[in-house]
Design a protein around this ligand. Structure first.
Ligand code: MG
Length: 374
């Protein structure tokens, strides 16, 4: 039977439209049955977590599960009091974006993200949870790990530091022993006991140290004295020594010390970076501050253009959000992706660590799965 070209094209279009998914149907924005579930889970810290501004035994993080065409994606928000966030407010923000998520084409996530960022402005961790969930879904739908979708080489992941929170010298020494598999440690300081804590760490190990003051010092002269002493103790970089607003004082400090000063609380999004370039040597990017992958990538490009070093960090998070950040870790100089290792009830399994180096899974999307109940 002879089929005309017109008939042939007609047949092809019909079969693509009725076929089980497939590029043609997806490209036209076909949307299968959609489900979105939002829940709060309490993550328990192995040790009471103390940094310069507060102390906690648990964190309530908000998890987003999206499902379409039988494919599931997971996202997570880690609300942080420093940025005025709570689990309740984050849940409300995610719910506000629900109609956009339910109606949107997830494969066109760039457009869709702009819509939800407009709908829930200044809700960075809620935006991050949505972004992580949708990108996990995209990766699983296309059956490819996200790092591969981004064109990154999994063998180039950096070593992650393991963080030691503020504690008594005995507990600090115990924590250092527990962190024996990590070649570099990150020590939290920013209280009266800084010298005591760093000395306790040094008694237990001679590994390289990075120090995070979390805006805990308020006087530039005092900060200078402390950093010079830390340098002599083998500290290789200092994070956020002074409050975020003290940019001029940080520039003054930078002129006088030889180790890199990294901005964390002072930088959330790409637009924050140019004004920091003369005061800091690098920036700490977190998905929870940036609101997701796209802005984090933009931050990496802006920082590189300005000659800044890049650290990739996290909050106290499960393996969902930590595995998300790990996907882009081949692009950075320093990783501090240990939030999932600081909790005792991680509901997920994802990125792992071997002798400190991040090991990405070859599973699609984030490469995470729910931890089987024990
Ligand atoms: Mg920090």
């Amino acid at each position: 039977m002879r089929i005309s070209r017109r008939q042939l094209l007609g047949t092809a279009v019909v079969s693509a439209a009725v076929g089980p998914g497939g590029w043609a149907a997806e490209e036209r924005g076909a949307k299968g049955p959609t489900r979105m579930d939002v829940s709060t889970r309490r993550l328990l810290l192995r040790h009471t977590w103390t940094i310069s501004r507060n102390s906690s035994d648990f964190k309530d993080n908000v998890f987003v599960r999206v499902e379409r065409d039988g494919v599931v994606g997971w996202g997570e928000a880690a609300p942080n009091v420093r940025y005025g966030q709570s689990a309740e407010q984050t849940t409300a923000a995610v719910e506000k974006a629900r109609p956009l998520i339910e109606a949107g084409d997830w494969l066109h996530h760039v457009d869709l993200r702009e819509q939800w960022e407009r709908a829930i402005p200044d809700q960075s961790c809620a935006c991050a949870a949505l972004d992580i969930a949708i990108l996990d879904w995209v990766g699983r739908k296309l059956n490819v790990p996200l790092y591969r979708l981004f064109g990154l080489d999994a063998s180039k992941t950096p070593v992650t530091t393991f963080s030691i929170g503020i504690d008594t010298p005995e507990v600090v020494r115990q924590k250092v022993r527990e962190a024996k598999d990590f070649p570099v440690l990150k020590i939290k300081v920013g209280t009266e006991n800084d010298a005591q804590i760093v000395a306790a760490v040094r008694e237990a190990t001679d590994r390289p140290l990075r120090v995070d003051a979390n805006e805990g010092w308020h006087d530039k002269e005092q900060a200078l004295e402390k950093i010079r002493w830390l340098q002599r103790m083998g500290v290789e970089l200092i994070e956020q020594p002074l409050p975020a607003a003290m940019i001029e004082e940080t520039a003054w400090l930078r002129e006088r010390v030889d180790i890199p000063i990294i901005a964390d609380e002072a930088v959330k999004r790409a637009a924050d970076i140019p004004k920091l370039a003369g005061a800091y040597d690098g920036i700490n990017i977190k998905l929870m501050k940036a609101g997701g992958f796209q802005e984090a990538m933009r931050m990496i490009h802006v920082a590189r253009a300005l000659g800044l070093k890049i650290m990739l960090g996290c909050m106290i998070e499960s393996s969902v959000a930590v595995s998300a950040a790990a996907q882009i870790s081949p692009l950075v100089d320093y990783a501090d992706l240990d939030g999932n290792l600081l909790i005792s009830n991680d509901p997920f399994v994802g990125v792992s660590v071997k002798e400190g180096k991040l090991v990405l899974s070859d599973q699609p999307g984030l490469g995470v799965s729910e931890r089987p109940a024990s």
